[in-house]
Design a protein around this ligand. Structure first.
Ligand code: ZN
Length: 346
């Protein structure tokens, strides 16, 4: 009886030790990453969302003065935070009017427009580049009403600014990423992903050097399919070209952010076809792994009522932290994330 009890006790101890070890291994927290993720906060997020979606920027219509003001705002943020430009002259990749023509062969702008590009050079593998993106243009003014585009996409653009600032501070403190990180704010997305189309067709770096594109478009609201349940983000496309990307995003979420990763819109037969509806798609078409972070559409989508007061800042910050941790892991791990042999058939 005694011997049996002892055996049971020993077995129990060995099982509990093993599982404890597994848990610790699984949740090996990177304290450095957490330190810089914590720079992503509600106060700064609020400032950017309210500035980018302010009436002063007049709905940021491609080629118009409001979009130019927004471009200057982004460039000055990168500059103030010590995030270098990548292009020689300034932070702008200029897109000529001739390239701002949509599928219906309609010219969408009377003026050239700008993608905004900033860059943090990697310490060990600078030629390998993680691209974090958002579009910053929106619908402008129609019938005298300003389309502020707070969720679409001041929210995602805020995310890119916050992530850039966190990586820049890390590098300044001696924790620069192994791989390079490029921050790109695209113009002319609303006219048919034209800013990213130009970026891919007129590359400023060899496309084969782009390890991944993490694209953020609308992350400050709750979508119409998720009314009573806010702690989520739709992740689209992450598993289509790289299983590893999908797994890293999931692992970073379970370690650091614990939000529900909703794959409803990642279904191949999703009638909304969101996979093809933001800038990452132009990367995916070139076989570059992508992940698209999105909260879904809602009653204010593409309406003048998409205003900054409706942005849920705590939720936005949490979602941005997930993108930050995924980027941090991809930029700092030993191996470049693998592209699966079977290519996405678009
Ligand atoms: Zn958008």
């Amino acid at each position: 009886m005694k011997k049996i009890t002892l055996l049971i006790l020993l077995a129990f101890i060995s099982i509990s030790c093993k599982s404890k070890k597994e848990v610790t291994k699984k949740l090996q927290i990177d304290a450095t990453a957490v330190k810089y993720a914590n720079l992503i906060n509600i106060d700064t997020a609020k400032e950017h969302v309210f500035n980018l979606a302010s009436d002063e920027f007049e709905g940021r219509k491609t080629g118009e003065s409001g979009q130019k003001k927004a471009a200057e705002y982004l460039a000055s943020h990168y500059n103030i935070n010590g995030i270098p430009k990548y292009l020689k002259k300034n932070y702008f990749q200029i897109i000529p009017v001739s390239e701002l023509i949509n599928k219906r062969r309609k010219s969408t702008s009377n003026n050239p427009s700008e993608n905004v590009v900033a860059f943090i050079e990697g310490i060990e593998r600078p030629e390998e580049v993680v691209v974090i993106s958002s579009h910053y243009d929106h619908e402008g003014i129609k019938n005298g009403l300003i389309y502020n585009g707070a969720d679409d996409n001041a929210s995602g653009t805020t995310g890119v600014l916050l992530i850039a600032k966190a990586f820049a501070k890390a590098k300044k403190d001696g924790h620069g990423p192994k791989r390079s990180i490029m921050f790109v704010n695209f113009t002319a997305e609303e006219q048919g992903l034209l800013g990213s189309k130009y970026f891919i067709a007129n590359p400023i770096l060899p496309l084969e050097n782009i390890v991944v594109n993490l694209n953020i478009d609308m992350i400050g609201r709750i979508g119409k399919d998720r009314q009573n349940d806010s702690d989520y983000i739709y992740v689209i496309g992450a598993d289509r070209l790289s299983t590893e990307l999908h797994e890293i995003n999931e692992r970073m979420n379970s370690k650091y952010t614990n939000i529900e990763l909703d794959y409803q819109y990642n279904e191949r037969n999703d009638p909304n076809r969101f996979y093809k509806r933001s800038d990452h798609y132009n990367f995916a078409k070139k076989g570059i792994p992508i992940a698209f972070y999105f909260n879904g559409t809602h009653e204010d989508y593409h309406k003048p009522t998409d205003t900054p007061d409706k942005i849920l800042l705590d939720l936005l910050v949490k979602r941005v932290k997930l993108v930050f941790h995924t980027a941090w892991e991809i930029a700092n791990r030993d191996e470049r994330i693998a592209v699966d042999v079977e290519q996405e058939k678009n």
